[in-house]
Design a protein around this ligand. Structure first.
Ligand code: NAD
Length: 367
């Protein structure tokens, strides 16, 4: 038996405090020595339905960083499903480590078994560094995986639909800021041109926007520059770009003490989850600066909207896109509510999501 020293036990207990504070129902640490798998599955809230959210694989600087990421992401999924009118709870998984080095068939299938052990309380899908092909491997071990290829009656890669939802949210927010929803001639900086970002750039260019991109991955940059006339800047410079709109489509927490003063845009709409490092403080700072911010969990809901009918066994891409288009109206409603009630758009969106969860919780109490 390995002894646990005082410092270690304090760390465990402070993690429990964090989990309690954020209101999670269940957090599971998954470890498998033979494959090297280390993962955390977090189930935030299942009032509306089973917790659904993708699996992200990332080389976290520390286990603590991984835990914080999965706690924040799973909470975001609760609100994303709630505000989108879906009967789903919020959950998420993170796998700790370098996808290029660790991912193989046994590794993925072992993770599938961990997902299966939760008997459907958590349903997974893809997120950063996980692909549709990886979901197929998981499906050999569990039924609780979505985002399978369309050839397997799945909904396929959610990214194009997520990008469409972000595009809709961007047009709605631009309409609020400028009184017209056209992106023609708008200067837009896109941080991260991965799965979602590069599809978003397609929409922006098609509408005549002037686009600047940054990414740490050269081949993802090339995929965009091969197709479109865009300006490329060093990833660190993206906050300093002269832009009307900033679209964060890489990692979370990019809106923070260090970046808000540098951001020139007066509209922020992007795909990344948890864009505000501190939801209250940085939401307030954006409001004070007069920046129109579209809540991330609302505008990046296209992916989960796309997956939901797959879960119901009734997937049609056209219908998923029609549902995603409604993000435009929802975004307008939230920005108006924020203005009328003099609060941040993030808080306005949270209130709507919280109310739906509370109302449905009461419905479920009826026998
Ligand atoms: P991805 O991994 O395909 O793309 C992310 C891109 O960001 C990559 O090209 C990566 O190299 C780049 N990147 C990472 N760090 C960077 C940095 N510091 N500066 C600039 N670029 C950087 O992931 P994705 O599927 O496109 O998702 C993007 C974001 O949107 C994530 O936060 C994800 O959680 C969120 N999201 C994705 C979906 C979806 O359907 N894929 C749905 C909802 C939310």
């Amino acid at each position: 038996m390995v002894e646990v020293n005082e410092a270690q036990s304090t760390e465990v207990f402070s993690s429990f405090n964090e989990i309690t504070k954020m209101g999670h129902e269940q957090v599971v640490y998954c470890y498998d020595e033979p494959t090297g798998l280390k993962a955390i599955i977090a189930i935030h809230n299942t009032v509306l339905g089973p917790a659904l959210g993708g699996t992200r694989m990332w080389s976290y600087a520390s286990d603590q960083d991984a835990l914080i990421d999965v706690l924040r992401l799973s909470r975001g999924m609760t609100y994303k499903a709630a505000i989108s009118g879906l009967n789903l709870g919020g959950g998420k998984a993170v796998i700790i480590g370098d996808a290029k080095q660790l991912k193989n068939e046994a590794f993925l299938r072992r993770f599938g078994r961990f997902v299966d052990s939760l008997s459907g309380r958590y349903i997974t899908a893809e997120d950063m560094n996980m692909s549709t092909a990886d979901m197929v491997q998981l499906s050999y071990e569990t039924d609780y995986v979505m985002g399978l290829p369309e050839s397997m009656n799945g909904s396929g890669d959610p990214s194009p639909v997520t990008a469409y939802g972000v595009y809709m949210g961007m047009k709605a927010t631009v309409n609020k800021a400028y009184g017209i929803d056209s992106l023609q001639g708008k200067k837009i900086s896109v941080q991260g041109v991965g799965q979602v970002g590069h599809y978003l750039v397609d929409y922006l260019i098609k509408e005549g926007a002037i686009v600047t991109v940054a990414d740490i991955n050269e081949s993802n940059i090339k995929r965009v520059t091969d197709k479109h006339d865009v300006t490329v800047v060093n990833p660190e410079m993206i906050y300093d770009v002269d832009a009307d709109i900033y679209a964060p489509c890489a990692m979370g927490a990019t809106i923070n003490d260090n970046t808000i003063s540098r951001i020139k845009a007066n509209v922020i709409v992007g795909a990344a989850n948890n864009q505000l490092k501190d939801e209250v403080k940085h939401g307030d700072m954006l409001k004070q600066k007069g920046i129109f911010y579209a809540p991330d969990f609302l505008v990046n809901a296209g992916g989960i909207i796309n997956i939901f009918p797959e879960l119901m066994g009734n997937y049609h891409k056209e219908l998923a896109l029609q549902q995603t288009e409604k993000i435009y109206d929802k975004c307008t409603e939230i920005l108006n509510k924020a203005e009328n009630e003099d609060k941040t758009s993030h808080k306005a969106a949270l209130e709507i999501a919280d109310k739906r969860i509370a109302d449905m919780g009461k419905v479920k109490l009826a026998y």
